[in-house]
Design a protein around this ligand. Sequence first.
Ligand SMILES: NC(=O)c1ccc[n+]([C@@H]2O[C@H](COP(=O)([O-])OP(=O)(O)OC[C@H]3O[C@@H](n4cnc5c(N)ncnc54)[C@H](O)[C@@H]3O)[C@@H](O)[C@H]2O)c1
Ligand SMILES: O=C(O)[C@H](O)COP(=O)(O)O
Length: 527
Amino acid sequence: MFNVLISDPLNEEGIEPLLKAKDIRVHIETGLKPEALQSVIPDYHALLVRSQTQVSANIINAGSKLKVIGRAGVGVDNIDLKAATQKGIMVLNAPEGNTISAAEHTFAMMMALSRNIPQAYKSLVGGEWNRKAFQGAELNRKVIGIIGLGRIGAEVAKRAKAFNMKVVAYDPFLTKERAEKLGIEKAELDMVLAAADFITVHTPLTQETKHLINSEKFNMMKDGVRIINCARGGIIDEDDLYHAIKDGKVAGAALDVFEKEPATGHPLLTLPQVIATPHLGASTVEAQKNVAVDVSEGILKVLHDQPFRNIVNYPPIPSEMMKKLTPYFGLCEKMGEMAIQLVKEKPDEITITYSGELMDLETTPLTRSILKGILSYYLSAKVNFINAAFMAKEHDIAYTVEKKPYHQSFTSLITLHVKTGNHERVIAGTLIEGYGPRIIRIGEYHIDVSPEGHLLFVHHHDLPGLIGKVGSILGEHGVNIATMQVGRKTAGGQAIMMLSVDKKIEKDVMERLENIEDIMSVQEIDL
Ligand SMILES: NC(=O)c1ccc[n+]([C@@H]2O[C@H](COP(=O)([O-])OP(=O)(O)OC[C@H]3O[C@@H](n4cnc5c(N)ncnc54)[C@H](O)[C@@H]3O)[C@@H](O)[C@H]2O)c1
Ligand SMILES: O=C(O)[C@H](O)COP(=O)(O)O
């Protein structure tokens, strides 16, 4: 049974996937104070939030059972991603469900701003009939500058074009082709700021975008420019905006988001040129249902160990790519486990080489699986594919990834080279159609072993009768040999045996094997 805590108000219909699941117990408690949340979180496997709950490092570290934090929406700035990643807790969001609502809200705000609708309404309900004070400006043929052309920015651009506006956009990831497809102009930030009559921001709040729009940038803008922020408070420096409005540089601003929310009593709200809403961009029936469904389904999948998407603290992998990678996960983790048992000490350096068809794939998830296999062996902390790279860094294990175009014998090949203070081991593995994962090389010896169960790796001199001696000792102790592989470089030289046995080998049996003359080493590998 899994316990899920929902700590912000979510659409009830949207969370049905969780409510209907037989092995999920859902507890809804909104408005919990941080200390209260920290004290209850140890009981939960999943936490589901919107933007109100501040999921701090303290809360994350107290979540001893926590596997996943779900965000019903896009922005995850209320979640300490670093702390979650370090603890191997997945953070999922629902980035698509509220795009249209946020774009429509941006447009509503821009129109309300250009026609002074909130101010005129306030005046009318206050008993005035004042037609002179609220003359506005058309959107037609005006330039809209969009900063951040992701999902919402692009939807705003489409709507602006329908209003016959000229769209100029700045986004470091915007390609010329995409801009052409959308029928908009791609430009550098300062050029967008200088050209626009309306400026709307649609980036996430990051170190780079914090106060991206400040007094220096206001000075580059046209006099009488109008500013819209329906993305995140803090992208625009609020003090600088206040002064730019007061000085008459900025004609007005429409704000849905603030650096500190709730923003009641904010100085900007005292200015008649400022219209505002209390973070309502995603507050539509449709968006709330969409995001709640998306994140509930995501959480269910994580808890049920099924493939899921929209992981925030993991590189995004398209589903087609993921399909190609999935068969390799087991092989990679087992290769990691095998390598660490062969070296039996902390690696200093790991080199992973992907060749053949893996050359063109995004192999980060495979690298994480190898690291997980290696690190889990000697770290008591939970290692998973979320925190594997972080854990390696934390323990001073350097790893490098190389790619080679093709391999003469295999369609794909993964070579793992592990170096410690005393040892160096190379193992190579592949997937063979109809047979699954195989280890095809240890050091210089070619073998063909399925990486599973109990394996016995024997390094010996290639002499007649030696295989028999090993077989006899195992037989005497009731250890059944399932498969056996031998490899040698030259007849009578050094050789290896890789045996797959049906049960774990006791210490005294290992000692007897080690004492056989001409055996250099015997290692057990449990996979
Ligand atoms: N007001 C609301 O209720 C509401 C609702 C939904 C989303 N949002 C917010 O809207 C914003 C955009 O959401 P989205 O779904 O479009 O995200 P997105 O990830 O699809 O798009 C963000 C874009 O910003 C660009 N970007 C990043 N850094 C940049 C920089 N320094 N300069 C210019 N561009 C930069 C990225 O390349 C990306 O294309 C987010 O901050 C999100 O939290 C607010
Ligand atoms: O990032 C988002 O998705 C929006 O800001 C919506 O936030 P909310 O879920 O608190 O309305």
